[in-house]
Design a protein around this ligand. Structure first.
Ligand code: BEZ
Ligand code: FE
Length: 291
């Protein structure tokens, strides 16, 4: 496209004039990002024709989003989450071969390291929720077991809160654990069935949800990061079948392939292997890693 002189700035030429101003950017990726951003932003403004008061409101909103951020809270990521942008970036960056476990958002509650725990350990230190076993295999996409794979797990309790949200109520590192799969690539642990919960909604993102008639809830889930040498790690969740909000997760994180039932198992031998009373609740979730 031929350059438009900056003195020819009109409603029609604005995007081109500003895009041209980035013509000297030596980093080609940065130039592409800025030109595309300007084109989409100007198209948006031309489309909605904001009043000056509306534009100021938008600036004030983003200022509030910035002010809501601190060492433990990232309101910009939350905004990206509720706009579906986090899941879109995730989808673009984690295209998986058929059969590999799909990824979903990391979320803000992996802020502390999960403590290494023995297979079979009970991570529900506060015992708040219906006890259950989480178990599965870690495999490569071709079906090969991955002994020594790591399974990092964290979740909310049966009341819908993470340990870091209730430091005075829950024990430190409650409902967190880093497990190492056995020689057959199996992992298992004792926990509780988590509850659905609202994302932090006492800030500007919560106001945006309220103003647009959206709820702030996520369906019940357990976060999992699966990793093994020579394979791409996967950041994902296992979602509890039947949970409220499975069809309307406020951060759009649900994928059908990640939903699992909580079954009741009557098998004394297996109960003894897991160190639980028979019968017991079980969520089975295999983690399949792409190479
Ligand atoms: C979570 O699942 O922990 C989460 C994800 C995105 C935003 C807020 C919470
Ligand atoms: Fe979560």
């Amino acid at each position: 496209m031929t350059a438009v002189r900056s003195t020819d700035f009109t409603e029609e030429t604005s995007a081109q004039v500003v895009a041209d101003s980035f013509g000297a950017t030596t980093d080609p990726r940065l130039r592409r990002l800025m030109v595309s951003l300007v084109q989409h932003l100007h198209a948006f403004v031309r489309d909605v024709e904001p009043t000056e008061a509306e534009w100021q409101h938008a600036v004030d909103f983003l200022t509030d989003v910035g002010h809501a951020c601190d060492a433990t809270r990232q309101e910009f990521v939350l905004l990206s989450d509720v706009l579906g942008v986090s899941m879109l970036v995730d989808a673009i960056n984690h295209r998986k071969p058929a059969g590999a476990t799909e990824s979903t958002v990391l979320g803000p509650f992996h802020m502390v390291e999960s403590p290494p725990r023995e297979l079979g350990a009970d991570i529900a230190l506060d015992r708040n929720g219906p006890p259950c076993v989480l178990a599965g295999h870690v495999r490569a996409a071709d079906g090969t077991a991955l002994p020594g794979a790591q399974v990092d797990v964290w979740q909310a309790n049966g009341a819908g809160f993470y340990d870091v949200q209730q430091p005075d109520i829950q024990p430190e590192r409650n409902l967190r654990g880093l497990f190492t799969a056995d020689e057959q690539g199996r992992y298992w642990l004792r926990t509780v069935v988590p509850r659905h919960y609202p994302i932090p909604s006492d800030g500007p993102v919560g106001r945006l949800l309220a103003a647009t008639g959206r709820h702030p809830y996520r369906p019940a889930h357990i976060h999992v990061i699966g990793s093994a040498a020579g394979h791409a790690p996967v950041t994902t969740h296992v979602f509890v079948a039947g949970s409220p909000y499975l069809g309307s997760d406020t951060v759009f994180g649900v994928k059908g392939s990640l939903v699992r039932p909580v079954t009741t198992v009557d098998d004394p031998e297996r109960a003894a292997r897991y160190g639980v009373e028979n019968p017991f609740r079980l969520i089975e979730f295999d983690v399949v890693l792409a190479s």
